[in-house]
Design a protein around this ligand. Structure first.
Ligand SMILES: Nc1ncnc2c1ncn2[C@@H]1O[C@H](COP(=O)(O)OP(=O)(O)O)[C@@H](O)[C@H]1O
Ligand SMILES: [Mg+2]
Length: 260
């Protein structure tokens, strides 16, 4: 990879919320016990998009909390505010009203770049893999940014790819040579490689057929229940919601508990 490519990828990583950071084993190890409890708490969160002449109230008085080990679904029609809420949870912006706490700290007061580097990763409908890197290199990339030794990076990337159930015959393929369901698994492995325990997914099955949809939903459940991730999935897909431990419904920027 040449320096130009590297810079381009770094910018792209930042844009998609993976930031400049490494895997869990870089520097500090994540202490799962220590992180237990309500890691995210929203208290009457509101968000208004403002331009010079117009404003749109996208969220109002959203209160809820999220903890590790569970899958949360946020359902609702298009335009109801789901992605806006997810972007606040990802630390891409801060609420215009109310408070959002991460591990008890006000998100306005923490280093949000560090939060996005160390704690939260976003998975998108359109996968957003690096097209010029192989599957394995895509997953190695977040750890390389943190200057983890190459051998370890490779071993850990392979571990993550095994966890998402990707056959090793695909490790050397370019992303456009594997199916959508496989690409989404790689994107999830890359999000895990970034090291945080919060996985935020925006319509992760939106581009998938029903069989791959099931695979991805089962995988997200496994990561929450067996690997202790907090998984927050924004979706308008009922099947995704059925599989979640807790379901919230969003309607015109208002969130209400549906189940769990
Ligand atoms: N960047 C933006 N600027 C202005 N308004 C926006 C922007 N993004 C979303 N909105 C508006 O905020 C509301 C919520 O949008 P969004 O969070 O994208 O909903 P969803 O993800 O549920 O489809 C909608 O009315 C949408 O038009
Ligand atoms: Mg959306």
């Amino acid at each position: 990879m040449n320096p130009l490519q590297l810079n381009e990828f770094k910018a792209q990583m930042k844009e998609i919320g993976l930031g400049e950071r490494g895997g869990a084993s870089v520097g500090t190890t994540i202490n799962k016990e220590e992180n237990k409890g309500k890691m995210i708490k929203a208290e009457k969160v509101g968000y208004i998009y403002r331009s010079k002449y117009q404003q749109t109230k996208a969220l109002s008085e959203v209160s809820c909390s999220f903890e590790q080990g569970k899958v949360y679904a946020i359902t609702g029609k298009s335009g109801s505010g789901k992605s806006t809420f997810l972007s606040l949870l990802a630390g891409l912006d801060v609420p215009t009203e109310g408070n959002l706490y991460i591990d008890g700290k006000d998100i306005r007061e923490i280093d949000r770049d560090a939060y996005r580097m160390k704690q939260a990763s976003v998975i998108y409908q359109a996968f957003h893999l690096f097209p010029l890197l192989t599957v394995l290199e895509n997953v190695m990339f977040p750890m390389q940014l943190q200057h983890m030794p190459k051998k370890e990076t490779k071993e850990r990337a392979q571990e993550f790819l095994q966890k998402v159930g990707l056959p090793d015959t695909l490790y050397r393929k370019m992303p456009n040579m594997i199916s959508g369901g496989e690409q989404q698994r790689v994107a999830i492995a890359r999000a895990m490689a970034a090291g945080g325990q919060i996985l935020l997914a925006d319509e992760p099955t939106g581009n998938l057929d029903s069989q791959n949809e099931r695979v991805i939903v089962e995988l997200l459940c496994k990561l929450a229940h067996e690997e202790n991730y907090a998984v927050i999935v924004v979706t308008h897909n009922e099947k995704v919601a059925e599989a979640a431990d807790v379901v919230y419904g969003m309607s015109d920027g208002v969130l209400e508990a549906v189940r769990g």
